[in-house]
Design a protein. Structure first.
Length: 315
């Protein structure tokens, strides 16, 4: 082997090793985000849905592949800061009082601080810290106005709000897609970015959001707990006879074949504490990395450590 060939092989090996290391770090962040979400059974699939909505919207806006990948990743990680919000607030069945809402409003900054110093922080800090900012300046935590809101946050803020409106909660069922789109349309330029809001509404009216609404993975809709509503999460790799548990009431269901899909059928039993313990869907996370993040990480192998965490991204 020539010296040139040896040098290229060495460079390739080091690059592959560094990429694998970055993927492992990303995987740890995704697992953390998944476990934060698992604290609230009524948000099952929220991170996956927001990431998929964000991918569609970024693509519809004509953004380059690297931006689409970064925004998709930010959609999955945007709620990291909710790790610091007490369970009794996250799971409250009624409206929050002023003090509780003030505490919830700290989660973007909590997520930002949680990421401080992480090698991948520059990829997602805009999404984590600014996804509740609004064009009229009435958002939080910093009251940014219009174009001062980073692009990633303008996109993810729309997707996050839409998923909240179309998802069920203990005190209400999710609203129809058309109703949620009408609300977004009525708040363009104030709560939602005008340009990207228009793109999102167009996606919705074309039916392109429907395969994501109410799903926890591609082609896998949330299923109904007879007591609690649509919050049973089936995983793609599950087999007939697998046990699925309602993370809200603890009821046990069995994966049962029905047509070409599995359905959840009640067993009449309840899960014990060990069965109800949250466990990240590593298969979905690994697919997410392979589908949405690998190209982005490859581009960042040599440069990501030089990007300042506190630098405001230019969009």
């Amino acid at each position: 082997m020539s010296l040139l060939s040896q040098g290229l092989a060495l460079f390739s090996g080091r690059r592959a090793t560094h990429t694998t290391h970055l993927q492992d770090m990303l995987r740890s962040l995704l697992v953390m985000a998944w476990m934060v979400e698992a604290r609230d059974p009524y948000t099952g699939g929220h991170l996956w849905r927001v990431s998929q909505f964000a991918h569609l919207l970024a693509d519809a806006a004509g953004l380059p592949p690297e931006d689409i990948a970064r925004i998709t990743l930010g959609g999955f990680l945007h709620d990291l800061g909710k790790v610091g919000i007490p369970d009794q607030i996250l799971k409250k069945r009624g409206a929050l009082d002023d003090d509780e809402y003030a505490l919830v409003k700290t989660h973007p900054d909590l997520g930002w601080r949680l990421l401080a110093g992480h090698p991948l922080a520059a990829l997602v800090h805009a999404a984590v810290r600014a996804h509740h900012e609004t064009p009229d300046g009435h958002g939080y935590p910093r009251g940014l106005v219009s174009k001062n809101i980073p692009l990633d946050a303008r996109i993810i803020g729309i997707c996050d709000a839409f998923d909240a409106m179309t998802s069920s909660r203990p005190y209400r069922r999710g609203m129809p897609t058309a109703q949620a789109l009408d609300i977004i349309a009525s708040r363009l330029g104030t709560q939602f970015d005008q340009l990207h809001g228009d793109h999102f509404i167009a996606l919705g009216r074309q039916g392109l959001l429907d395969p994501i609404v109410g799903h926890s993975d591609q082609g896998i809709p949330l299923q109904e707990c007879l007591t609690c509503g649509p919050l049973l999460v089936l995983r793609r790799e599950q087999q007939v006879g697998d046990r699925i548990y309602c993370r809200n009431c603890g009821a046990e269901y069995l994966a049962t074949p029905e047509g070409d899909r599995l359905q959840c059928k009640p067993s009449g039993r309840r899960g014990n504490p060990e069965a109800l313990e949250a466990e990240a869907d590593m298969a979905l996370i690994n697919r997410f990395i392979a589908d949405s993040a690998s190209a982005l990480l490859l581009d960042k192998v040599c440069s990501i450590r030089h990007v300042s965490f506190t630098r405001h991204p230019a969009h």
